[in-house]
Design a protein around this ligand. Structure first.
Ligand code: NDP
Ligand code: 2IT
Length: 447
């Protein structure tokens, strides 16, 4: 089996040698899915995984725009249309200076499995630009988004490819992007998700990724007859996912003690309660400030520059910032301090070595493609509401979100339970996500 996996990876490496994040995501899937493929006659000789690692289409384009000083700037925009076997391409847009083909291909690849897990009819894609929104005025953001959509609009559509937010793309950016699509294409349609409530958005979409991550952690704890209530939770990031993970954790009676951004983390041993979280939301979403402002408002808390929060004792860790933010040293610290559950809100935040340590210690560990799927699932619900030209209530959407997270959790148990009863959620999510897409690809032939 090792040889089969290595032979496969050699071919993938040869083709994508300068894409470390993409190779990391593929390796994890190969290790868990190739043994499964080998055990099923129907996949024999179909080269399904090799077809799945090749994007159906990868678009790269020039994004010229004019800054407030009147200078002409140029960024590179992308859309990776990875797999549309089970539905239109679906996945977020990331605006961050680190964006490149490798990062977007890893995200698009994971999105295929994640979207399949939601049980909704969505293929996988991802896009974005190496644009840095930090320090830009609203006018600059608008001009950039308009220029970006000026090209992207020819490649997307409500039945073709439906982008949404990710790092650096929130409700403000989705608004500017939607405005330009509507103008150029002369149609009002569900081409983006995460829209405002008065123009086609769904309730709970802003909350959905963070809420869904905490619902997933609750499902995991339930397998140990345990709950979130009273737990100490360490969260990284302070953006969309982190904020609503903290909100739901508070609602369920846990105590959140950390948040972070790329400058460092804050530790508040008294807990970041709803009032303090409202301060963080205003700081991050309106003032677009840095997380160290927290300790000026709440002097009992401490700020730790250029550090991640994983050396702070906690019961549950929710990495909600970015890829590879939790390494083996961090994992050892978490385990040493008695952490019992790590549930990824971000995409691929835990390094392979750190995952191996969590698996060895047999603690609860959920990969993002399962635990953060609530965001895209609710995007799927937004698409349904747009098609129906109707909208559901908060209660209806929240109930559907909880049901979807529960179903994803059950699928992980079905495909991921080891002989000794330990649930390998990585294996479970990869195989369960693979099966639906692979079966659709086989039914549709070699296309
Ligand atoms: P936001 O842009 O709202 O927030 C991102 C947060 O992560 C910020 O606090 C940011 O700090 C921090 N961060 C970003 N890059 C780095 C870095 N290189 N090092 C340290 N900190 C960093 O993004 P989201 O909350 O939407 O996304 C967070 C994660 O969740 C990403 O991995 C994303 O792919 C994933 N995700 C998002 C979904 C969504 O619906 N939005 C759905 C599923 C997954 P700073 O401001 O200093 O950069
Ligand atoms: O990584 C993700 O799942 C997202 N950024 C959300 C994608 C979406 O289409 O809602």
């Amino acid at each position: 089996m090792k040889l089969k996996i290595e032979t496969f990876m050699q071919e993938v490496r040869a083709r994508n040698s300068h894409e470390p994040e993409f190779l990391q995501a593929v390796q994890e899937v190969a290790e868990t899915v190739i043994p499964y493929i080998a055990s099923k006659e129907i996949y024999n000789g179909k080269n399904i995984l090799l077809r799945m690692v090749e994007p159906e289409r990868a678009i790269s384009f020039r994004v010229p725009w004019i800054n407030d000083s009147g200078e002409i700037c140029v960024n590179r925009g992308y859309r990776i249309q990875m797999n549309s076997a089970i539905g239109p391409y679906k996945g977020g847009l990331r605006f961050h200076p680190s964006v490149n083909m490798s990062i977007l291909k890893f995200l698009a690849f994971e999105q295929v499995f994640k979207n399949s897990l939601t049980t909704l009819p969505m293929g996988g894609g991802k896009g974005g630009a190496d644009f840095d929104p930090k320090g830009k005025s609203d006018g600059e953001i608008m001009r950039f988004c308009h220029s970006f959509m000026g090209e992207l609009c020819r490649h997307i559509g409500p039945n073709t490819d439906v982008p949404a937010g990710d790092i650096g793309v929130g409700s403000r950016e989705i608004g500017f992007l939607f405005g330009m699509y509507r103008k150029i294409r002369n149609e009002f349609t569900g081409v983006l998700t995460g829209k405002g409530l008065s123009w086609g958005g769904s309730v709970i979409r802003p909350e959905a990724t963070g809420y869904g991550t905490v619902y997933f952690a609750s499902n995991m704890l339930a397998t140990k007859k345990d709950t979130i209530k009273g737990k100490i939770i360490s969260i990284s990031g302070s953006g969309n996912v982190a904020q609503y993970a903290a909100e739901k954790a508070n609602q369920l009676g846990a105590k959140v003690v950390t948040l972070s951004d790329s400058s460092g983390f804050i530790y508040d041993s008294d807990g970041i309660d709803s009032d303090k979280l409202a301060f963080v939301m205003k700081l991050k979403n309106e003032e677009r400030g840095r997380i160290d402002a927290y300790i000026k408002a709440y002097p009992n808390a401490t700020f730790h520059a250029n550090e991640t929060p994983w050396n702070i004792p906690c019961d549950i860790a929710l990495p909600c910032a970015t890829q590879n933010e939790l390494d083996d040293v961090a994992a050892e610290n978490l385990l040493k301090n008695g952490c019992i559950c790590v549930c990824e809100g971000a995409n691929m935040p835990t390094t392979p070595k750190a995952i191996a340590l969590f698996h060895k210690a047999e603690i609860l560990f959920a990969p993002g493609k399962a635990s953060n799927a609530g965001g895209v699932a609710t995007s799927g619900l937004e698409m349904t509401q747009n098609s129906l030209r109707y909208h559901w209530s908060r209660k209806e959407v929240d109930e559907k979100l909880q049901e979807i997270m529960e179903n994803i959790h059950s699928a992980c148990i079905t495909y991921g339970t080891n002989e000794n009863g330990y649930v390998d959620y990585v294996k479970g999510a990869n195989i369960a996500g693979f099966v639906k897409v692979a079966d659709a690809m086989i039914a549709q032939g070699v296309v």
